[in-house]
Ligand binder design. Sequence first.
Ligand SMILES: [Zn+2]
Length: 207
Amino acid sequence: MNELLDAVDDLTLPRNVKVQIDGGYTWATEDALLVQLEESIHSTMGRTGGRGGGDSRMILDADALMQFSQIGSVIMDWCRMVRAHVSKNPSEDLRAWYVAYSATPGEQLDTFYIKQLVKWAALIRGKLNPRETIEFTDPCPECRESDWVNEDGELIPNPVTIDYDKSGDVLNDAKASCRACGHTWQGVWELRGMRHAADEISAIGGD
Ligand SMILES: [Zn+2]
């Protein structure tokens, strides 16, 4: 097992992902994380109505552009340190760096590089998929159920889920919903109320 290569692969190689479709799963190929980050900078919208023709791709996401440039320039620095060829394509450069770095004797900085690469992967994933869903581990304060029944008829614990934006203001944008009774809580005040109600119920000791 090579943790450093795994971290490099995670950023630079496309992967097969399981996609849920009606009544089952299928496999699809997802672009490498660095490619997805680069693509999130631009949009091909406006190509038809573009003035003056040429490249009408607009920069839509300045934050993605900044992150992509920062990652790219760090990778270029790494390449220079091990005299690897720099192509200014961060995926290619990172792979070229890995080959040169692995062939350079006396380097014992794997932990540092792994940490940095894993951090980038998490950063890009958070950016590309900013919504996260967590389970609320108390019973639903509305219906008091601590389980819910899924479409296969199985009894699953923790009916209430909280969906929030990892990249933004966590609570303001959050939404909770109960899979047992369908009740929803939206925004910071309703979520605080839900937490408070759940605490009161558990303080009483439930039913
Ligand atoms: Zn409920």
